[in-house]
Structure formats: structure tokens, C-alpha cells
Design a protein around this ligand. Structure first.
Ligand SMILES: [Fe+2]
Length: 191
């Protein structure tokens, strides 16, 4: 069974590895191979949000629940990241810097059981295209909340300082839209 405290301890121990992101990739692969166990440990999603499971200067572990229809804007992390999906789908679009701001460089669809390692220079945007919540564990090799980094205006593709409040508002707006959509057809928003 997936145990959050044990997972955190194993990730912390992996930091002494020569390539911690690859050691953590193995840990996450083992975890999301049993997606139902992860969901029962972390709770069935009822709304989109980001919840820190662990936060220290050298390691951040987040539970990321994506609202149906959520479309995030491009951002970087400036530290390695390992992403494991245990429910629904996270569609990643990757970007490279270009004279006009950003250009699309690729994409990758992550579904239940999939794990991706992102290098520290990666710029990506994440969307949930499904009509169900996505559930993922994101592990970062540093202080995800304290690191000064960038996001990009999705209209103009111009770089700007990353703003956590803007990200929170994007989740809140997606939750609001999803609740309204569900109310309109008389289905529960948490289903
Ligand atoms: Fe990200």
C-alpha cells in the first residue's frame, strides 16, 4: 500500500543519490503502478488544487489535482521535476525560448501510471482535457514556492515573474467553471 510518510522519507533519502531525480522516478513509478492505492491514501478529488505533501529548501512534493478543463499557462521550475500521474490525464506542452517569446517544442500525454522527469531548464504548460479530475504527485528538487522563476502570458507569450497567486486564481477559475457546468446539467461536480 502507498504510504505518504514512507514515500516522503524515501524521496528524502534519494537526495543523496548521484542522480536523485532518477532514483525518485523509480519511487514514483512504483507508487503510481497502483493508482487506486495512491488515491485512497491521498483522497478522492473533489476540486482542483495544489497541496504540499512536503516542503523544504531541497525538496518539494505536491499533490496536484487538475480540474476538468484546466489549461495552465507556460512556466519553468529552475530545478528538476519528477511527475507521476495516478488518475486522469495531464497533457504537457513543452516550449523553447524564441524571438517572439516562446515556441512549442513538443508535447507529452501523461496518464495513470506514467512518470516523467523534467530537466531544470524545461518550460511547460499542463492541461487536463478530460471530464474527470486528474491526480498527480509532483516532486521538485528544491524550494518550489521560494525559487524565483518565470511564467509566460498565454496570449502574448511574454515572460513575466512567476506569480503563485495567479496560479491559484487559475485553479479557482477552473473550479468555478466546472461547478457551473455541472450545475447546468445537474451532475455533482465532485464526480
Ligand atoms: Fe510545472
Amino acid at each position: 500500500m502507498f504510504n505518504v510518510d514512507r514515500f516522503i522519507a524515501e524521496c528524502r533519502a534519494a537526495l543523496t543519490d548521484r542522480t536523485p531525480e532518477l532514483a525518485i522516478k523509480e519511487l514514483l513509478e512504483r507508487a503510481v503502478a497502483h493508482p487506486a492505492d495512491v488515491e485512497s491514501a491521498l483522497g478522492t478529488p473533489t476540486e482542483g488544487h495544489v497541496a504540499p505533501l512536503h516542503h523544504s529548501p531541497e525538496l518539494t512534493i505536491l499533490k496536484v489535482i487538475g480540474t476538468p478543463g484546466l489549461a495552465g499557462y507556460p512556466h519553468d521550475h529552475r530545478m528538476w521535476a519528477v511527475i507521476g500521474v495516478y488518475g486522469g490525464r495531464e497533457d504537457n506542452t513543452f516550449y523553447r525560448r524564441a524571438p517572439e517569446g516562446l515556441a512549442v517544442a513538443g508535447d507529452r500525454r501523461l496518464e495513470g501510471g506514467d512518470v516523467a522527469v523534467l530537466g531544470q531548464a524545461v518550460i511547460h504548460a499542463v492541461a487536463n482535457p478530460l471530464r474527470t479530475f486528474s491526480g498527480a504527485i509532483h516532486v521538485y528538487g528544491g524550494d518550489f514556492f521560494g525559487m524565483p522563476r518565470s511564467d509566460w502570458d498565454p496570449e502574448t507569450m511574454q515572460e513575466r515573474p512567476y506569480d503563485l497567486e495567479r496560479a491559484r486564481r487559475a485553479f479557482a477559475a477552473a473550479n468555478e467553471r466546472w461547478r457551473a457546468e455541472c450545475a447546468a446539467v445537474g451532475r455533482p461536480a465532485s464526480a
